[in-house]
Design a protein around this ligand. Structure first.
Ligand code: AMP
Length: 279
């Protein structure tokens, strides 16, 4: 497994593979890797001739009050895990490599970035679209693998790829969960064992609405109330949103009469967690 820090080396390697006719899978991450990330890396190395991962805690997607400086960094374990997943190349740039002095151009995300996360993290998706396009340019892969755990992010990236005619196929991968339902997240390591119990109420709330929707309840208002009730009863005081929206446009819905998704963002102590389920 080759590890590179420079843009030019990363580009040269991927371009050489592509010129030789190889398909290349790309798995962008912020590190602190877990089984959710490794599921993407496994798929990439299974489906593509060459597999590339990136580890970069992207400053432009964090607001000043967020956890950029304390974001977990476990680089040695990450590299070992990626090696075991037959990753061929890992790009680990320093921040100055991607944001040199004078950097000032951003990708403006589409309207699907405005609701939900967009309300609570107004500059977040601009940072995401900008870094993802930069990575697509530096590592001109055939397929990019992204998790449905970040459902709105996946939607924003798909829209960007379509709108800007970026020559890459985007694949969404299912959410990987702990046996008890907790969605894997690098931020789970911030949780104490008591907080982890409380955090389980996110996936329990989503399972409950999934079941109720399966039983024929089409009232979005009632289903949203169910999610709020389950999380409040578990002791969550700060719920940013617990919403059911159109799966494609992310616009709100009065009735469950089309493919939808239930999404939650909530705070457990100082840790902000997100999760979702398709309905
Ligand atoms: P992050 O390092 O949090 O930026 O995540 C990197 C990629 O891994 C993103 O495409 C995430 O959606 C994906 N990912 C994170 N957690 C999970 C999970 N539990 N299951 C599947 N994919 C995930």
């Amino acid at each position: 497994m080759k590890i590179v820090e420079s843009r030019s080396e990363a580009y040269a390697q991927v371009a050489q593979w592509r010129q030789a006719g190889a398909s290349v899978g790309l798995v962008p991450t912020m590190g602190a890797l877990h089984a959710g990330h490794y599921a993407l890396a496994d798929r990439s190395s299974k489906e593509c001739d060459k597999s590339v991962a990136t580890i970069f805690v992207n400053p432009t997607q964090f607001a000043p009050h967020e956890d950029l400086s304390r974001y977990p960094r476990t680089i040695d374990d990450d590299l070992q895990g990626l090696r075991e997943r037959q990753t061929d190349l890992v790009f680990i740039p320093q921040p100055e490599e991607l944001y040199p002095a004078g950097f000032s151009t951003y990708v403006e995300p589409s309207n699907v970035a405005l609701p939900l996360e967009g309300v609570f993290r107004p500059t977040h998706f601009r940072g995401v679209t900008t870094i993802v396009l930069k990575l697509f340019n530096i590592l001109p892969a055939t397929v990019g693998y992204f998790g449905q755990k970040d459902f709105q992010q996946l939607t924003v990236i798909r829209r960007m790829v379509d709108d800007l005619n970026i020559p890459i196929r985007v694949e969404g991968c299912e959410i990987v969960r702990e046996p008890d339902g907790l969605a894997l997240s690098s931020r789970n390591r911030y949780l104490s064992s008591g907080q982890r119990q409380t955090a389980l109420s996110l996936s329990r709330a989503l399972s409950a609405v999934s079941e109720q929707a399966g039983d024929g309840n089409v009232s979005v208002e009632q289903l949203e109330q169910t999610m709020h009730r389950i999380m409040r009863n578990a002791g969550i005081e700060r719920i940013d949103y617990a919403c059911i929206v159109d799966r494609n446009t992310l616009e709100s819905l009065p009735q469950l009469d089309r493919p939808a998704v239930a999404l939650i963002a909530a705070h457990v102590g100082d840790t902000r967690l997100i999760d979702n389920v398709l309905l």
